[in-house]
Ligand binder design. Structure first.
Ligand SMILES: NC(=O)c1ccc[n+]([C@@H]2O[C@H](COP(=O)([O-])OP(=O)(O)OC[C@H]3O[C@@H](n4cnc5c(N)ncnc54)[C@H](OP(=O)(O)O)[C@@H]3O)[C@@H](O)[C@H]2O)c1
Length: 345
């Protein structure tokens, strides 16, 4: 079946029923998008098939990135979705600038490549994927380090951001934003930006709630989108540490799920959207990505369930970013400015 069938699929949700996030300028984005990072478990063709299927069940928001190495295949799927009758302006397509393209002269070509691969004239949102220009080969162990890695240098980040602003002025992207920032870095960006970030994408799930960070962003009019919103249960072994916890096995999540007849993953997503953030869950299984959309568009969780979920935070960051550290033997927390100041070199 294709996205163009005139009668909706039996598992479809009317996109008009999907909650929306309103950005500072008034534009609205669907609060749930399909994550497209296949990592080690889904190749580009599988992710592209999921994009097609997800559009058919009512997804209109797709969270892409150059480093996921599948934008060409997703672009072909999006062409099919549009040809099948979904107007381009009903889609919300995000992409991200990878860490190897922060140099001022690299930003426009990197964005051009994502636009070409995705077969789009304009991106709805373009994020700086990480605030560090440090990069690594795909699939490396957490102990791998980029020998040219360096700390956050605000002047360098602003040179990147000026090019991001140019992308808006040139009409290549409608909104720009950030990902994996901290309050200390964001304060400097807000001080110096001509165009403020519309969105910050960061790790958010019941065991990693970051409520203070979310409150700060929202108080600044920045919409917040949570990645790994189910707690990334399929992430590769190299991204796991013994202290990591599993959201979908938490007794509070499991109890609510059983009582409501939902999968624990869906409870995590309903909580995320109901607290006012976006979520970009990944799945290549139609049963799962359809259930996720249905759950977010369905009846809200009770205030008591929301309060119970708010109480299970463990400050458990799963995507620690070790490969972006700039010194040997450095704790991963340095990437996240634990003292509230930008971690010095
Ligand atoms: N900005 C960043 O730095 C950054 C970092 C990480 C991720 N992201 C974005 O966030 C997206 C999601 O993150 P993620 O993939 O790490 O983790 P996630 O969405 O928290 O978890 C994905 C896993 O959950 C399973 N799942 C999804 N729905 C389910 C359901 N209803 N029932 C049971 N299992 C379900 C999926 O398995 P099945 O496929 O078997 O359903 C998949 O293994 C990425 O794809 C990417 O777009 C961004």
């Amino acid at each position: 079946m294709s996205a163009q069938s005139s009668s909706p699929a039996p598992d479809a949700v009317d996109p008009r029923r999907v909650p929306q996030l309103t950005l500072a300028g008034g534009d609205r984005m669907p609060a749930i998008g399909l994550g497209t990072f296949g990592s080690d478990h889904a190749d580009a063709a599988e992710v592209a098939a999921a994009v097609l299927g997800a559009a058919e069940v009512g997804y209109r928001h797709f969270d892409c990135a150059a480093v996921y190495a599948n934008e060409r295949e997703i672009g072909a799927a999006l062409q099919q979705v549009i040809a099948g009758g979904v107007p381009r302006d009903e889609l919300w397509i995000t992409s991200k600038l990878w860490n190897d393209s922060h140099a001022a002269e690299s930003v426009l070509p990197a964005c051009r490549k994502s636009l070409d691969d995705l077969q789009l004239d304009v991106l709805d949102l373009y994020l700086v994927h990480w605030p560090f220009p440090n990069h690594h080969a795909p699939g490396v162990d957490v102990s791998a380090r980029d020998h040219h890695a360096r700390p956050y240098i605000h002047e360098e980040f602003m040179a990147t951001w000026r090019e991001m602003e140019r992308l808006v002025e040139m009409g290549w992207v409608r909104h720009i934003g950030t990902s994996n920032m901290t309050e200390a870095k964001m304060k400097l960006l807000l001080r110096d930006a001509r165009i403020r970030p519309a969105v910050e994408q960061c790790e958010l799930h019941p065991h990693c709630q970051q409520q203070r960070w979310v409150d700060y962003l929202q108080s600044e009019g920045i919409a917040v989108v949570g990645f790994s919103p189910i707690g990334s249960p399929a992430r590769p072994e190299r991204d796991r540490t013994p202290e990591d916890s599993v959201d979908i096995e938490d007794p509070v999540v499991v109890e609510i799920a059983q009582r409501l007849g939902l999968h624990p993953a869906v409870v995590c997503l309903k909580w995320g959207v109901q607290r006012g953030t976006g979520v970009v869950p990944m799945s290549t299984k139609r049963r799962n990505y359809a259930a996720n959309l249905q759950g977010v568009a369905g009846a809200p969780l009770s205030a008591a369930d929301m309060a119970a979920l708010a109480a299970i935070d463990r400050n458990c960051r799963l995507i620690k970013g070790q490969v972006f550290l700039w010194k040997q033997g450095q704790p991963w927390e340095d990437l996240w400015d634990p003292t509230g100041e930008i971690t010095p070199p």
